[in-house]
Design a protein around this ligand. Structure first.
Ligand SMILES: Cc1ncc(COP(=O)(O)O)c(C=O)c1O
Length: 427
Protein backbone atom coordinates (compact mmCIF):
# COMPACT_ATOMS: atom_id res chain seq x y z
CA UNK A 1 0.00 0.00 0.00
CA UNK A 2 1.43 3.39 -0.91
CA UNK A 3 1.84 5.93 1.83
CA UNK A 4 -0.84 8.20 0.36
CA UNK A 5 -3.31 5.29 0.12
CA UNK A 6 -2.66 4.40 3.78
CA UNK A 7 -3.21 8.03 4.80
CA UNK A 8 -6.38 8.15 2.68
CA UNK A 9 -7.72 5.04 4.40
CA UNK A 10 -6.84 6.35 7.83
CA UNK A 11 -8.58 9.70 7.50
CA UNK A 12 -11.37 9.41 4.89
CA UNK A 13 -14.62 7.40 5.08
CA UNK A 14 -14.60 3.70 4.22
CA UNK A 15 -17.51 4.21 1.82
CA UNK A 16 -15.54 6.61 -0.36
CA UNK A 17 -14.83 4.04 -3.07
CA UNK A 18 -11.55 4.11 -4.98
CA UNK A 19 -10.90 2.51 -8.37
CA UNK A 20 -8.12 -0.11 -8.77
CA UNK A 21 -6.42 -2.50 -6.37
CA UNK A 22 -3.51 -0.10 -6.33
CA UNK A 23 -5.37 3.25 -6.43
CA UNK A 24 -4.16 5.89 -8.82
CA UNK A 25 -3.00 9.39 -7.95
CA UNK A 26 -3.56 11.69 -10.92
CA UNK A 27 -1.33 14.73 -10.77
CA UNK A 28 -1.94 16.58 -14.02
CA UNK A 29 -3.69 16.49 -17.36
CA UNK A 30 -3.70 17.96 -20.84
CA UNK A 31 -6.29 17.47 -23.57
CA UNK A 32 -7.58 13.89 -23.29
CA UNK A 33 -4.58 12.68 -21.29
CA UNK A 34 -3.66 12.56 -17.60
CA UNK A 35 -0.43 11.63 -15.79
CA UNK A 36 0.01 9.74 -12.54
CA UNK A 37 2.41 10.53 -9.70
CA UNK A 38 5.03 8.25 -11.28
CA UNK A 39 4.88 10.13 -14.57
CA UNK A 40 2.89 7.49 -16.48
CA UNK A 41 0.58 8.90 -19.17
CA UNK A 42 -2.99 7.64 -19.67
CA UNK A 43 -5.70 8.25 -22.22
CA UNK A 44 -8.65 9.45 -20.17
CA UNK A 45 -12.00 7.95 -21.22
CA UNK A 46 -13.82 8.86 -18.01
CA UNK A 47 -13.00 12.55 -17.43
CA UNK A 48 -13.35 12.35 -13.64
CA UNK A 49 -16.92 10.99 -14.03
CA UNK A 50 -17.94 12.91 -17.18
CA UNK A 51 -16.82 16.17 -15.63
CA UNK A 52 -13.79 17.15 -17.68
CA UNK A 53 -16.18 17.89 -20.52
CA UNK A 54 -14.04 19.70 -23.07
CA UNK A 55 -10.41 18.88 -22.22
CA UNK A 56 -7.92 18.83 -19.36
CA UNK A 57 -6.14 22.16 -18.91
CA UNK A 58 -8.12 23.78 -21.72
CA UNK A 59 -6.21 27.07 -22.22
CA UNK A 60 -9.42 29.11 -22.62
CA UNK A 61 -10.76 27.90 -19.26
CA UNK A 62 -7.40 28.26 -17.52
CA UNK A 63 -7.12 31.85 -18.77
CA UNK A 64 -10.66 32.75 -17.67
CA UNK A 65 -10.10 31.24 -14.21
CA UNK A 66 -6.72 32.92 -13.79
CA UNK A 67 -8.03 36.32 -14.83
CA UNK A 68 -11.09 36.03 -12.61
CA UNK A 69 -8.97 34.85 -9.68
CA UNK A 70 -6.93 38.03 -10.03
CA UNK A 71 -10.09 40.13 -9.73
CA UNK A 72 -12.43 38.45 -7.22
CA UNK A 73 -13.22 34.83 -6.36
CA UNK A 74 -16.50 35.21 -4.56
CA UNK A 75 -19.01 37.72 -3.29
CA UNK A 76 -22.08 35.48 -2.48
CA UNK A 77 -25.60 35.66 -3.89
CA UNK A 78 -26.29 38.81 -1.85
CA UNK A 79 -24.64 40.96 -4.51
CA UNK A 80 -25.06 41.37 -8.24
CA UNK A 81 -22.73 39.02 -10.06
CA UNK A 82 -22.15 39.67 -13.78
CA UNK A 83 -20.67 36.27 -14.75
CA UNK A 84 -23.55 34.52 -12.95
CA UNK A 85 -26.18 36.55 -14.79
CA UNK A 86 -24.41 35.95 -18.10
CA UNK A 87 -24.17 32.20 -17.64
CA UNK A 88 -27.78 32.03 -16.40
CA UNK A 89 -28.94 33.91 -19.53
CA UNK A 90 -27.11 31.49 -21.79
CA UNK A 91 -28.34 28.37 -19.99
CA UNK A 92 -31.93 29.65 -19.84
CA UNK A 93 -31.86 30.20 -23.58
CA UNK A 94 -30.25 26.81 -24.30
CA UNK A 95 -32.60 24.93 -21.96
CA UNK A 96 -35.62 25.16 -24.26
CA UNK A 97 -37.78 25.93 -21.20
CA UNK A 98 -39.96 29.00 -21.80
CA UNK A 99 -39.57 31.94 -19.39
CA UNK A 100 -36.84 29.97 -17.62
CA UNK A 101 -35.17 30.87 -14.33
CA UNK A 102 -31.79 29.43 -13.33
CA UNK A 103 -30.47 28.75 -9.82
CA UNK A 104 -26.82 27.78 -9.41
CA UNK A 105 -25.61 25.22 -6.87
CA UNK A 106 -22.26 23.56 -6.33
CA UNK A 107 -23.20 19.98 -7.27
CA UNK A 108 -25.68 17.76 -9.06
CA UNK A 109 -26.96 16.49 -5.73
CA UNK A 110 -27.81 19.99 -4.57
CA UNK A 111 -29.40 20.74 -7.94
CA UNK A 112 -31.70 17.71 -7.62
CA UNK A 113 -32.38 18.55 -4.01
CA UNK A 114 -33.54 22.00 -5.14
CA UNK A 115 -35.66 20.49 -7.91
CA UNK A 116 -37.35 18.26 -5.32
CA UNK A 117 -37.94 21.22 -3.01
CA UNK A 118 -39.52 23.17 -5.88
CA UNK A 119 -41.69 20.32 -7.15
CA UNK A 120 -42.94 19.23 -3.74
CA UNK A 121 -43.71 22.82 -2.74
CA UNK A 122 -45.38 23.66 -6.04
CA UNK A 123 -47.53 20.56 -5.96
CA UNK A 124 -47.95 20.31 -2.17
CA UNK A 125 -47.07 16.63 -2.35
CA UNK A 126 -44.15 14.59 -1.04
CA UNK A 127 -44.74 11.74 -3.53
CA UNK A 128 -42.05 11.37 -6.17
CA UNK A 129 -41.95 9.11 -9.19
CA UNK A 130 -38.44 7.94 -10.04
CA UNK A 131 -37.02 5.30 -12.36
CA UNK A 132 -35.66 1.94 -11.33
CA UNK A 133 -31.86 1.78 -11.66
CA UNK A 134 -31.57 5.57 -11.28
CA UNK A 135 -29.00 7.70 -9.45
CA UNK A 136 -29.66 11.28 -8.39
CA UNK A 137 -27.01 12.13 -5.80
CA UNK A 138 -25.80 11.60 -2.29
CA UNK A 139 -27.81 13.92 -0.03
CA UNK A 140 -30.52 12.66 2.30
CA UNK A 141 -33.25 13.62 -0.17
CA UNK A 142 -31.35 12.43 -3.27
CA UNK A 143 -30.57 8.94 -1.95
CA UNK A 144 -34.25 8.68 -1.04
CA UNK A 145 -35.22 8.80 -4.71
CA UNK A 146 -32.26 6.85 -6.09
CA UNK A 147 -33.36 3.49 -7.48
CA UNK A 148 -29.98 1.79 -7.11
CA UNK A 149 -29.38 -0.22 -3.97
CA UNK A 150 -25.62 0.09 -4.29
CA UNK A 151 -25.81 3.86 -3.88
CA UNK A 152 -28.69 4.13 -1.45
CA UNK A 153 -27.42 3.69 2.10
CA UNK A 154 -30.76 4.43 3.76
CA UNK A 155 -34.44 4.03 2.94
CA UNK A 156 -35.42 6.71 5.43
CA UNK A 157 -36.64 9.77 3.56
CA UNK A 158 -38.94 12.77 3.82
CA UNK A 159 -40.18 11.76 0.37
CA UNK A 160 -42.36 8.84 -0.69
CA UNK A 161 -40.84 7.37 -3.82
CA UNK A 162 -42.55 5.11 -6.32
CA UNK A 163 -40.33 3.50 -8.92
CA UNK A 164 -41.49 3.39 -12.52
CA UNK A 165 -40.48 0.94 -15.28
CA UNK A 166 -38.68 2.00 -18.41
CA UNK A 167 -35.14 3.24 -17.77
CA UNK A 168 -33.58 -0.08 -18.78
CA UNK A 169 -34.46 -1.29 -22.27
CA UNK A 170 -32.88 -4.74 -22.39
CA UNK A 171 -33.60 -6.17 -18.94
CA UNK A 172 -36.76 -6.50 -16.85
CA UNK A 173 -40.30 -7.68 -17.57
CA UNK A 174 -40.76 -5.69 -20.80
CA UNK A 175 -37.36 -6.38 -22.36
CA UNK A 176 -38.72 -8.83 -24.95
CA UNK A 177 -41.17 -6.30 -26.41
CA UNK A 178 -40.66 -4.10 -29.49
CA UNK A 179 -39.83 -0.45 -28.81
CA UNK A 180 -43.42 0.64 -29.40
CA UNK A 181 -44.83 -2.12 -27.20
CA UNK A 182 -42.20 -1.45 -24.53
CA UNK A 183 -43.30 2.20 -24.38
CA UNK A 184 -46.98 1.20 -24.34
CA UNK A 185 -46.37 -1.28 -21.49
CA UNK A 186 -44.46 1.30 -19.41
CA UNK A 187 -47.19 3.87 -19.97
CA UNK A 188 -49.85 1.37 -18.90
CA UNK A 189 -47.82 0.59 -15.80
CA UNK A 190 -47.49 4.30 -14.99
CA UNK A 191 -51.24 4.82 -15.42
CA UNK A 192 -51.95 1.86 -13.18
CA UNK A 193 -49.54 3.17 -10.53
CA UNK A 194 -51.20 6.59 -10.58
CA UNK A 195 -54.49 4.92 -9.81
CA UNK A 196 -53.10 3.65 -6.52
CA UNK A 197 -51.27 6.63 -5.11
CA UNK A 198 -51.87 10.12 -3.83
CA UNK A 199 -51.07 12.70 -6.54
CA UNK A 200 -47.27 12.80 -7.02
CA UNK A 201 -45.31 16.03 -7.28
CA UNK A 202 -43.01 15.02 -10.10
CA UNK A 203 -41.33 12.34 -12.13
CA UNK A 204 -37.54 12.63 -12.02
CA UNK A 205 -35.55 10.75 -14.65
CA UNK A 206 -32.12 10.65 -16.27
CA UNK A 207 -32.63 10.44 -20.06
CA UNK A 208 -29.68 8.01 -20.09
CA UNK A 209 -28.97 6.48 -16.69
CA UNK A 210 -25.39 7.27 -15.82
CA UNK A 211 -24.36 5.39 -12.68
CA UNK A 212 -26.88 2.72 -13.74
CA UNK A 213 -24.61 1.78 -16.66
CA UNK A 214 -25.62 4.06 -19.53
CA UNK A 215 -29.01 2.41 -19.97
CA UNK A 216 -31.90 4.19 -21.61
CA UNK A 217 -35.46 3.64 -22.79
CA UNK A 218 -36.46 3.79 -26.45
CA UNK A 219 -36.66 7.36 -27.73
CA UNK A 220 -40.06 8.82 -27.01
CA UNK A 221 -40.79 7.09 -23.68
CA UNK A 222 -40.62 10.28 -21.65
CA UNK A 223 -42.76 12.12 -24.21
CA UNK A 224 -45.38 9.39 -23.78
CA UNK A 225 -45.06 9.62 -19.99
CA UNK A 226 -45.35 13.38 -20.25
CA UNK A 227 -48.78 13.16 -21.83
CA UNK A 228 -50.01 11.10 -18.89
CA UNK A 229 -48.25 13.28 -16.30
CA UNK A 230 -49.80 16.43 -17.76
CA UNK A 231 -53.29 15.02 -17.33
CA UNK A 232 -52.54 14.83 -13.59
CA UNK A 233 -50.56 18.09 -13.32
CA UNK A 234 -47.42 16.11 -12.37
CA UNK A 235 -44.13 17.87 -13.17
CA UNK A 236 -41.29 16.32 -15.21
CA UNK A 237 -37.75 16.80 -13.90
CA UNK A 238 -35.04 15.86 -16.37
CA UNK A 239 -31.78 15.08 -14.56
CA UNK A 240 -29.22 16.11 -17.18
CA UNK A 241 -26.23 15.90 -14.85
CA UNK A 242 -24.56 13.38 -17.18
CA UNK A 243 -26.48 13.82 -20.44
CA UNK A 244 -26.33 17.59 -20.86
CA UNK A 245 -24.21 19.86 -23.08
CA UNK A 246 -24.22 17.70 -26.22
CA UNK A 247 -22.51 14.60 -24.81
CA UNK A 248 -25.13 12.34 -26.40
CA UNK A 249 -24.22 13.71 -29.83
CA UNK A 250 -27.70 13.61 -31.30
CA UNK A 251 -29.03 16.23 -28.90
CA UNK A 252 -27.84 19.05 -26.69
CA UNK A 253 -29.99 17.71 -23.81
CA UNK A 254 -30.95 14.12 -23.25
CA UNK A 255 -34.63 15.09 -22.96
CA UNK A 256 -34.64 16.07 -26.62
CA UNK A 257 -34.74 12.38 -27.57
CA UNK A 258 -38.19 12.58 -25.96
CA UNK A 259 -38.99 16.07 -27.13
CA UNK A 260 -42.28 15.45 -28.90
CA UNK A 261 -44.28 16.87 -26.01
CA UNK A 262 -41.94 19.77 -25.27
CA UNK A 263 -39.27 20.49 -22.68
CA UNK A 264 -39.39 19.35 -19.05
CA UNK A 265 -40.77 21.62 -16.34
CA UNK A 266 -37.48 21.41 -14.45
CA UNK A 267 -33.99 20.54 -15.69
CA UNK A 268 -30.98 19.89 -13.48
CA UNK A 269 -27.34 20.06 -14.57
CA UNK A 270 -23.82 19.82 -13.12
CA UNK A 271 -20.60 17.91 -13.95
CA UNK A 272 -19.34 19.03 -17.37
CA UNK A 273 -20.35 22.68 -17.49
CA UNK A 274 -17.56 23.77 -15.12
CA UNK A 275 -14.97 21.40 -16.66
CA UNK A 276 -14.02 20.51 -13.09
CA UNK A 277 -15.08 23.68 -11.29
CA UNK A 278 -18.06 23.05 -8.97
CA UNK A 279 -21.14 24.17 -10.89
CA UNK A 280 -24.55 22.60 -10.60
CA UNK A 281 -27.92 24.14 -11.19
CA UNK A 282 -31.63 24.01 -11.78
CA UNK A 283 -33.62 25.52 -14.64
CA UNK A 284 -37.37 25.80 -14.19
CA UNK A 285 -40.37 27.63 -15.55
CA UNK A 286 -40.75 30.91 -13.66
CA UNK A 287 -43.94 29.90 -11.84
CA UNK A 288 -42.26 26.73 -10.59
CA UNK A 289 -38.95 28.39 -9.65
CA UNK A 290 -40.69 31.26 -7.90
CA UNK A 291 -43.10 29.12 -5.86
CA UNK A 292 -41.00 29.29 -2.68
CA UNK A 293 -42.26 31.83 -0.14
CA UNK A 294 -39.12 32.06 1.98
CA UNK A 295 -35.62 33.30 1.24
CA UNK A 296 -32.99 30.93 -0.07
CA UNK A 297 -29.34 31.42 -0.86
CA UNK A 298 -26.42 29.33 -1.97
CA UNK A 299 -23.25 30.77 -0.50
CA UNK A 300 -20.99 29.12 -3.06
CA UNK A 301 -23.52 28.64 -5.89
CA UNK A 302 -22.69 30.85 -8.87
CA UNK A 303 -19.54 32.27 -7.36
CA UNK A 304 -17.53 34.35 -9.84
CA UNK A 305 -14.61 31.96 -10.23
CA UNK A 306 -16.81 29.00 -11.20
CA UNK A 307 -19.02 31.10 -13.48
CA UNK A 308 -15.97 32.42 -15.34
CA UNK A 309 -14.90 28.83 -15.96
CA UNK A 310 -18.42 27.82 -17.03
CA UNK A 311 -18.72 30.71 -19.49
CA UNK A 312 -15.35 30.00 -21.10
CA UNK A 313 -16.06 26.27 -21.24
CA UNK A 314 -19.53 26.68 -22.74
CA UNK A 315 -18.26 29.17 -25.30
CA UNK A 316 -15.54 26.73 -26.37
CA UNK A 317 -18.05 23.85 -26.57
CA UNK A 318 -20.44 25.80 -28.78
CA UNK A 319 -17.81 27.48 -30.99
CA UNK A 320 -16.13 24.15 -31.70
CA UNK A 321 -19.36 22.19 -32.16
CA UNK A 322 -18.35 19.56 -29.63
CA UNK A 323 -21.83 18.08 -29.81
CA UNK A 324 -21.12 17.34 -33.48
CA UNK A 325 -17.74 15.89 -32.51
CA UNK A 326 -19.43 13.67 -29.90
CA UNK A 327 -21.82 12.43 -32.57
CA UNK A 328 -19.12 11.77 -35.17
CA UNK A 329 -16.30 10.38 -33.02
CA UNK A 330 -18.73 8.67 -30.62
CA UNK A 331 -20.42 7.02 -33.61
CA UNK A 332 -17.07 5.65 -34.81
CA UNK A 333 -16.09 4.52 -31.32
CA UNK A 334 -19.31 2.63 -30.65
CA UNK A 335 -19.09 0.86 -34.02
CA UNK A 336 -15.48 -0.08 -33.34
CA UNK A 337 -16.38 -1.39 -29.86
CA UNK A 338 -19.30 -3.39 -31.24
CA UNK A 339 -16.91 -5.03 -33.69
CA UNK A 340 -14.44 -5.76 -30.87
CA UNK A 341 -17.20 -7.22 -28.68
CA UNK A 342 -18.96 -9.34 -31.30
CA UNK A 343 -16.79 -12.47 -30.83
CA UNK A 344 -16.50 -12.09 -27.03
CA UNK A 345 -19.17 -13.96 -25.01
CA UNK A 346 -18.26 -11.90 -21.91
CA UNK A 347 -19.87 -8.86 -23.56
CA UNK A 348 -23.66 -8.82 -23.42
CA UNK A 349 -24.23 -5.44 -24.99
CA UNK A 350 -22.44 -2.33 -26.26
CA UNK A 351 -24.87 0.57 -25.96
CA UNK A 352 -25.02 4.31 -25.74
CA UNK A 353 -25.09 7.46 -27.71
CA UNK A 354 -22.43 10.02 -28.64
CA UNK A 355 -19.56 9.90 -26.17
CA UNK A 356 -21.53 8.02 -23.52
CA UNK A 357 -20.93 4.35 -24.22
CA UNK A 358 -21.58 1.36 -21.97
CA UNK A 359 -20.14 -2.15 -22.36
CA UNK A 360 -22.11 -4.63 -20.26
CA UNK A 361 -20.26 -7.75 -19.12
CA UNK A 362 -21.83 -11.08 -18.16
CA UNK A 363 -20.72 -14.54 -17.17
CA UNK A 364 -20.25 -16.16 -20.58
CA UNK A 365 -23.25 -18.15 -21.73
CA UNK A 366 -25.56 -16.47 -19.20
CA UNK A 367 -27.31 -13.16 -18.64
CA UNK A 368 -25.75 -12.83 -15.18
CA UNK A 369 -23.88 -9.65 -14.29
CA UNK A 370 -20.11 -10.12 -14.14
CA UNK A 371 -18.63 -7.52 -11.79
CA UNK A 372 -15.36 -9.49 -11.51
CA UNK A 373 -14.82 -9.21 -15.24
CA UNK A 374 -15.60 -5.49 -15.12
CA UNK A 375 -12.98 -4.98 -12.40
CA UNK A 376 -10.46 -7.09 -14.33
CA UNK A 377 -11.02 -5.12 -17.55
CA UNK A 378 -10.67 -1.87 -15.65
CA UNK A 379 -7.29 -3.05 -14.32
CA UNK A 380 -6.17 -4.37 -17.70
CA UNK A 381 -7.15 -1.13 -19.43
CA UNK A 382 -5.20 0.83 -16.84
CA UNK A 383 -2.18 -1.39 -17.46
CA UNK A 384 -2.61 -0.53 -21.17
CA UNK A 385 -2.72 3.18 -20.16
CA UNK A 386 -6.44 3.80 -20.60
CA UNK A 387 -8.83 4.97 -17.88
CA UNK A 388 -12.49 3.97 -18.11
CA UNK A 389 -15.30 3.91 -15.53
CA UNK A 390 -17.72 1.32 -14.16
CA UNK A 391 -21.42 1.32 -13.34
CA UNK A 392 -24.65 -0.60 -13.60
CA UNK A 393 -27.26 -1.50 -11.01
CA UNK A 394 -25.96 -2.91 -7.75
CA UNK A 395 -23.79 -5.42 -9.64
CA UNK A 396 -21.24 -3.08 -11.15
CA UNK A 397 -20.65 -4.90 -14.40
CA UNK A 398 -20.80 -2.20 -17.06
CA UNK A 399 -17.74 -0.37 -18.37
CA UNK A 400 -18.50 3.31 -18.79
CA UNK A 401 -16.73 5.18 -21.55
CA UNK A 402 -17.18 8.95 -21.54
CA UNK A 403 -14.10 10.85 -22.73
CA UNK A 404 -13.84 14.63 -23.01
CA UNK A 405 -15.88 15.82 -26.00
CA UNK A 406 -12.80 16.99 -27.94
CA UNK A 407 -11.77 13.35 -28.45
CA UNK A 408 -10.04 12.83 -31.80
CA UNK A 409 -10.55 9.92 -34.17
CA UNK A 410 -6.97 8.76 -33.55
CA UNK A 411 -7.54 8.76 -29.78
CA UNK A 412 -10.82 6.87 -30.21
CA UNK A 413 -8.97 4.25 -32.27
CA UNK A 414 -6.17 4.02 -29.72
CA UNK A 415 -8.61 3.63 -26.81
CA UNK A 416 -10.63 0.99 -28.67
CA UNK A 417 -7.47 -1.02 -29.36
CA UNK A 418 -6.50 -0.93 -25.67
CA UNK A 419 -10.02 -1.99 -24.68
CA UNK A 420 -9.92 -4.80 -27.21
CA UNK A 421 -6.79 -6.19 -25.55
CA UNK A 422 -8.23 -5.67 -22.06
CA UNK A 423 -11.53 -7.40 -22.92
CA UNK A 424 -9.77 -10.28 -24.66
CA UNK A 425 -7.53 -10.79 -21.63
CA UNK A 426 -10.51 -11.59 -19.37
CA UNK A 427 -12.15 -14.00 -21.81
C1 LIG B 1 -27.51 11.68 -13.03
C2 LIG B 1 -26.83 12.22 -11.82
N1 LIG B 1 -27.51 13.06 -11.02
C3 LIG B 1 -26.94 13.59 -9.93
C4 LIG B 1 -25.64 13.30 -9.58
C5 LIG B 1 -25.02 13.90 -8.36
O1 LIG B 1 -24.10 14.86 -8.74
P1 LIG B 1 -22.93 15.29 -7.73
O2 LIG B 1 -22.04 14.11 -7.56
O3 LIG B 1 -22.29 16.46 -8.42
O4 LIG B 1 -23.58 15.70 -6.46
C6 LIG B 1 -24.90 12.43 -10.38
C7 LIG B 1 -23.49 12.09 -10.04
O5 LIG B 1 -22.90 11.17 -10.54
C8 LIG B 1 -25.52 11.88 -11.52
O6 LIG B 1 -24.85 11.04 -12.32
Amino acid sequence: MTDLYARHRAVLPDWLALYYKDPLEITHGEGRHVWDADGRKYLDFFGGILTTMTAHALPEVTKAVTEQAGRILHSSTLYLNRPMVELAERIAQLSGIPDARVFFTTSGTEANDTALLLATTYRRSNQILAMRNSYHGRSFSAVGITGNRGWSPTSLSPLQTLYVHGGVRTRGPFAHLSDADFIAACVEDLKDLLGHTRPPAALIAEPIQGVGGFTSPPDGLYAAFRTVLREHGILWISDEVQTGWGRTGDHFWGWQAHGASGPPDILTFAKGIGNGMSIGGVVARADVMNCLDANSISTFGGTQITMAAGLANLTYLLEHDLQGNARRVGGLLIERLRAVAAPLPVVREVRGRGLMIGVELVRPGTDEANPDAASAVLEAARAGRLLVGKGGGHNTSVLRIAPPLTLTVAEAEEGAAILERALSSVQ
